[in-house]
Ligand binder design. Structure first.
Ligand SMILES: CC(C)(COP(=O)(O)OP(=O)(O)OC[C@H]1O[C@@H](n2cnc3c(N)ncnc32)[C@H](O)[C@@H]1OP(=O)(O)O)[C@@H](O)C(=O)NCCC(=O)NCCS
Length: 178
């Protein structure tokens, strides 16, 4: 499967971003379905140039996903959101994007020591991608993730350490330090 192309999102893309959000269902996000007005409101709240960056994922010249990373300040712990378009999930795009992002962030921001990711407990595809890309589970937020229908899920926190990424290893969490 060829690697996707990562095209930087610019402030001029806000309408396209809103369209992308409203055209697909996002079953593990706080709001699974956004109408165009709701999507525009969400996108208006996104910082696209300051401490954040975003990229379109493209395959064969078509947009197939969106990757956004926040908190890219020197001493921060960046975290990201990944959305693969319906019809393109389960085809390796998520894995390619999460791998690519580590090189981009650790390569471009030398002060960043770790990249964080949170997902819902039942988002098994995301969790599988995270593990495959070297992320280690660090937190389990019991009943920490309410959805749109009032169901409260558990959330799971992962992180990728720069040193693990550089050395191609995964360091387990020291859970027995109490
Ligand atoms: C989660 C998401 C980003 C993953 O990207 P993707 O391109 O679908 O992921 P990949 O194809 O690289 O890998 C998915 C892996 O999860 C596995 N998987 C998919 N659905 C699964 C399920 N229901 N149960 C268990 N594993 C599952 C796949 O088998 C695959 O693993 P494998 O290659 O070992 O078989 C994508 O599915 C998506 O955008 N979903 C909707 C938005 C979302 O949930 N974003 C994350 C918010 S935190």
């Amino acid at each position: 499967m060829p690697e996707p192309n990562f095209r930087p999102v610019t402030a001029a893309d806000r309408d396209a971003l809103a369209r992308f959000l409203s055209e697909h269902r996002w079953p593990f996000h706080a709001r699974a379905r956004l109408d165009p007005a709701e999507a525009a409101e969400v996108v208006a709240g996104w910082d696209l140039e300051g401490q954040s960056r975003a990229w379109w994922l493209e395959r064969d010249g078509r947009v197939v996903g969106l990757l956004r990373v926040d908190d890219l300040d020197t001493w921060g712990d960046p975290s990201w959101d990944l959305r693969v378009a319906e019809g393109h999930r389960g085809a390796g795009l998520g894995t390619a994007a999460v791998r690519w992002l580590a090189g981009e962030v650790f390569g471009g921001w030398p002060g960043v020591q770790r990249i964080e990711a949170q997902t819902r407990r039942d988002n098994l595809a995301m969790r599988s991608v995270l593990r495959r890309c070297g992320y280690v589970k660090e937190a389990h937020y019991r009943r920490g993730w309410p959805d749109q229908d009032g169901v409260v899920h558990d959330g799971i926190g992962y992180a990728l350490l720069r040193e693990d990424w550089e050395q191609g290893r995964t360091t387990p969490v020291d859970w027995d330090c109490e």
